[in-house]
Design a protein around this ligand. Sequence first.
Ligand code: AZA
Length: 298
Amino acid sequence: MVHLTAARYGKDNIRLLKVEKDATNPKLQYVYEFTIRVMLEGDIAEAYTHADNTPIVTTDSMKNTTHILAKKNPVSPPEVFAAVLGHHFVTEYAHIHKAFIHIIQHRWTRYAVDGVPHDHSFIRDGAEVRVADAEVHECGKTFISSGISDLLVLKSTGSAFYGYIQDKFTTLKETRDRIMSTSVDSVWKFKPYDSLDDVKAAADTFAEGYDSARTITLKTFALDDSASVQATLFKMCKLILSANADTIEVSYSLPNKHYFDIDLSWFEGLKNTGEDAQVYAPQSNPNGLITATVVRDE
Ligand code: AZA
């Protein structure tokens, strides 16, 4: 005999772009492009175990609902829209007990023409995305997290790495000055909210949280005299937790994108290692991967 221990289903990769016009100046427009995942949990076991489709809200309806709610509600900040969407599913269908909404917001940054920010023209400035997650329970309790993914950064100095274990397996040379590069993946969780109204009331917190986490990430990366990716990562987490009282946990996942000195001494004694290094070999793999999660002391 077997039995189901977990079941969750939904629609992934729902794509939409929404244009919102400024309330006082309709020529001034805002665009939001999302890729959304909707996942539902509830009394849906029969669909798996007895081929009974009666409890199924179709994934196609989830896509339709996402489009309709995007038309009827503001979609920014994405954390609030995620909560609105999740709240819809757990209130519309009595047998759906939890909704999990994941939103990826693609960058469209307003650009300037002759030095003046243009009303309705935007540029995709990088592969970086903003992410927002809402886990909504039928009682109204809502868990929100936000994040940044694929923010690629590099500093050409201001990073060292020494003092690590030297044993018979070690070939890596200590360095006081190296290139540091990573693709930032970061997630920060907010304290739980009791209702959709509480989530809506925190809209500014999510917007400011994203701006300050991104600024802290970029500023710390640039200014920290880095002893290691680990040490720099921990400083970023600490700063985010102290900047935003409503965040309860911060995680980073930072691949260490290596750039190695190229020894060119075989060519007329050309110096290109250590402090003479200028031409480097970017390494695609393997790469270090440094992760951590940080919370406040009780
Ligand atoms: N952390 C670093 O910052 N750089 C490294 C590591 C590490 O753990 N290992 N090799 N290079």
